[in-house]
Write a protein that binds this ligand. Structure first.
Ligand SMILES: [Zn+2]
Length: 261
């Protein structure tokens, strides 16, 4: 069974490493990483991501969105551009991503900027709903707020809370709303006890694998840009945590990932 990296910033990885895309795609395929979802963080990314993913439309899917970490720079015109792109999507534009809330950076929590975060998030949830596309969600120290927005948005096609870190109860609430939980490199660190315990206990069909490359390096590769092939490191740890056999885990992960491609 192949693997699907459900959250990567491939455009930034290529810019950082200067590796040719053909080589990256080749090495990913050899490692079994057949498909990827490339997600945007700002309007400036849109063109480049479209260009990259158009070269491998069977393997590279993409999401467009405005990330909360860059909330200061987003403009209403960016939302309009996003709406335009989503209204007429090519086949491999399969998500609104990366969107969400960020409470881990104090300077983004002034009343004005928090208000702007909430407004941009809500607007993008509406676009996802109108276009029946799943969302790929960022949530740092903001699970409560995120939950509140998702609950009132009532998307018919849901999505994933990416790179999840948190308690079983927090994860379970998202799952009960119909969302999946993105499992990233964090579980490769022994110190991530709480998140490991969470991932161990959640229903297998609620989990998706991701790298968030070039961010979130897996254990043993700190200080290096993370890459889609490291998905396998995370998969191995997941297999150690879970009671199901690896073949079953692989199959269920793949089936769940088809949400994005
Ligand atoms: Zn990301």
């Amino acid at each position: 069974m192949p693997f699907f990296d459900t959250h990567t910033h491939l455009n930034y990885l290529l810019a950082t490493t200067q590796q040719p895309l053909t080589q990256l795609m080749e090495e990913s395929q050899q490692a079994g990483v057949e498909k990827m979802l490339v997600v945007a963080v700002q309007a400036e990314d849109f063109k480049n991501i479209e260009k990259i993913t158009a070269l491998y439309p069977q393997r590279l899917y993409y999401g467009l969105g405005l990330h909360p970490l860059y909330i200061k720079q987003h403009r209403v015109a960016d939302l309009e551009l996003l709406a335009k792109r989503l209204a007429n999507p090519p086949k491999n534009l399969t998500a609104v991503a990366e969107i969400g809330l960020e409470k881990g950076v104090p300077e983004l929590l002034t009343p004005e900027l928090w208000q702007k975060q909430c407004e941009f998030f809500e607007a993008q949830l509406s676009l996802a709903k109108a276009n029946q596309l799943p969302v790929n969600l960022h949530s740092r120290k903001s699970h409560e707020d995120l939950y509140r927005f998702l609950k009132s948005a009532q998307l018919s096609v849901t999505g994933v809370v990416h790179g999840f870190s948190g308690s079983y109860e927090q994860a379970k609430r998202f799952i009960d709303l119909g969302y999946k939980i993105g499992v990233g490199g964090v579980i490769t660190y022994a110190r991530a006890n709480k998140t490991r315990e969470t991932i161990k206990r959640l229903p297998l069909d609620s989990l998706l694998l991701e790298t968030d490359s070039p961010d979130m390096p897996v254990f043993g590769f700190q200080g290096q840009p993370n890459r889609p092939i490291r998905l396998i490191n995370t998969f191995k740890i997941l297999c150690e945590l879970r009671s199901e056999p690896p073949e079953i885990i692989e199959r269920v992960l793949w089936q769940g990932s088809c949400l994005f491609g």
